[in-house]
Design a protein. Sequence first.
Length: 164
Amino acid sequence: MVASDSPTVEMQIRALVVDPVSKMPVVILQRADDGVFLPIWIGVCEANAIALELEGVKTPRPMTHDLMASVISSAGFTVDRVCIHTLRDSVFLAAISLLDQNGNAHEVDSRPSDAIALALRAKAPVFVSTHVLTEAQVEETSHEEALRQILERLRPEDLGKYEM
């Protein structure tokens, strides 16, 4: 894992939308200081897990990411942060940074969508390495245009809503 090899910047979850071309969910992270957006296409189940937490929906039984958070806590760890650290062959790689009871750091490999869903539950920050932000471009014209359309349609008051 390479989560700490590169400088990172904190990002906020800005929107969770559906790409009108691929019909796949897209989580959009935004760097607060300059408005840089990072779109990450994710699976429907992971989008649902993120949306449930963003909307404060309590489920009658623990969902997978709730279970993960509970196991981590029961084992005496805390989620310190998550980091999207690599973009390789159009696939983002992430790591979850855990702290044990003695303050020792441990990293766990993760998909970005799972890391984000867990970070929301643990109230942990989401970071992205600066080199990922630099190289994170949608190469397919259709996806780039779809994202542009998504962002252009969003009004400031829409950015707080996470509809799937």
